[in-house]
Design a protein around this ligand. Structure first.
Ligand code: ATP
Ligand code: MG
Length: 416
């Protein structure tokens, strides 16, 4: 017996409608906001993530699924979607096409993490990227898209936003952070001591209880923003207010990935503890240049589908299940079964979901099966029905029966 790898999950046939609901909603909201889907490979050259995610990030230093392929190249299963989308944007010369380029994706992502509720090694993201627009209105539109999506899923979340400035204001802030943390270094976790050396901003992103307590007293980035970054942030806030999207400003939000500049945000749901962030994103004006493209501003987010589903379940969201079988054709014997098979095929050609027996069951057992699977109607074919050229249809909800001639079957079930 071979078991599923640790940190991965099957989506079973009985549950997949929940996934489809989330994915269909993501596609529908993307259509409303006029985004197009991009599909990039599941693996990329490792170098893309080292550069695009940042080699001081947890994702790159500890979590990547990296291996050598048979040609000796280092490749990595994508741990997130932005780097691949950005690579494709550059490689396909999209910067010289019509801007902004607005795209979305629904992807599996891979991170070697310690599995917990809402934290897996293979997980799935709905991601959005807008390339080429630098204004605060685009940040607000991206956040509005995420907000619309989450509301459409029936979720209540809290939006927290922050600005982490540009490289210019961040330099001064990093200095202030180092001054604050220097006398407290011994109380920090080992990772944070490395972060202190390599990328102090990341100290604020630590999930260890002790570090979080210490972080609470750290200086706020908002006091270090340059005039341009301040104006940008004020503008984002004003637009969110105008759009009726409530938010709180949380100067501790920094995001785990290196390419962010200015706006960062998280949508947080109660109930799964430290895994409460169901959607996170921000602006990353430095990314395209880092990857060898030009100066192209960008903003985006990713929502974790597993976390969304956990929160939806916890808050009792009713997920529509569009899997109803309209008609089940039950055949008495082999000849009747042939007719059942034929009429089932006819209904499907007419776009009506229908099935028939494949287990050589008795009519009684076929009824039981149809009932269990939620068929709305059972159409029985026995010897007398064959003679009359009509099926005897039972409405499973009301118990009423009706006779329907074979040639009228498609017409009868249309719209039912
Ligand atoms: P966290 O702080 O929870 O580790 P992150 O900052 O690493 O999250 P991002 O890289 O911003 O997360 O990914 C965007 C979203 O993807 C997260 O908000 C979350 O919903 C989801 N996500 C990230 N890592 C995982 C994981 N290992 N398992 C399930 N979902 C995840
Ligand atoms: Mg993480």
């Amino acid at each position: 017996m071979i078991n599923i790898p640790k940190g991965t999950k099957d989506v079973l046939p009985e549950d997949s409608y929940k996934w489809r609901f989330v994915e269909d909603t993501a596609r529908e909201i993307s259509r409303l906001f006029c985004l197009k889907e991009i599909r990039t490979p599941v693996f990329e050259h490792t170098e893309l993530f080292n550069r695009g995610v940042g080699d001081t990030s947890d994702v790159v230093t500890k979590e990547m699924y990296t291996f050598l392929d048979k040609g000796g190249r280092s490749v990595t299963l994508k741990p997130e979607g932005t780097a691949g989308a950005a690579r494709s944007f550059i490689e396909n010369g999209m910067a010289s096409g019509v801007l902004p380029v607005k795209m979305y994706y629904i992807i599996p992502a891979f991170r070697y993490e310690r599995p917990q509720a809402g934290r897996l090694r293979e997980f799935h993201q709905f991601g959005v990227e807008i390339f080429g627009a630098k204004g605060a209105d685009t940040d607000a539109e991206t956040i509005l898209l995420a907000d619309t999506f989450l509301k459409k899923l029936g979720l209540k979340t809290k939006l927290q936003i922050n600005s982490i400035g540009c490289p210019a204001c961040r330099a001064a802030y990093n200095k202030a952070l180092k001054e604050y943390f220097a006398p407290r270094l011994n109380d920090l976790c080992e990772d944070c001591r490395t972060r202190y050396e390599k990328n102090p901003l990341r100290l604020l992103d630590c999930k260890e209880e002790r570090c979080r307590e210490i972080n609470a007293g750290a200086p706020s980035i908002l006091e270090y923003l340059c005039e341009d970054c301040k104006a940008h942030f004020t503008d984002v806030c004003a637009r969110l207010t105008a759009a009726g999207v409530p938010y709180t400003i949380n100067p501790r939000i920094v995001r785990g990935l290196d390419y962010y500049t200015r706006t960062v945000f998280e949508f947080i749901a109660d109930g799964i503890g430290a895994q409460g962030t169901v959607c996170a994103g921000g602006r990353y004006d430095g990314l395209i240049r880092t990857l060898g493209g030009g100066d192209v501003p960008a903003v985006g987010f990713a929502a974790g589908i597993e976390r969304l589903l956990i929160v939806m379940e916890q808050s009792g969201v009713e997920i529509p299940r569009n899997e109803a079988v309209t008609a089940y054709f039950a055949g008495m014997d082999d000849i009747c079964r042939e007719k059942a098979f034929e009429l089932t095929a006819l209904l499907r050609r007419n776009g009506i979901a229908s099935e028939c027996d494949h287990m050589q069951r008795s009519v009684k057992a076929q009824f039981k099966y149809a009932d269990k699977t939620g068929a709305k109607f059972v159409a029985v074919i026995g010897g007398s029905e064959l003679e009359k050229g009509a099926v005897s249809v039972k409405n499973m909800a009301t118990g009423e029966t009706e006779e329907v001639p074979f040639e009228k079957v498609a017409e009868y079930f249309a719209g039912k």
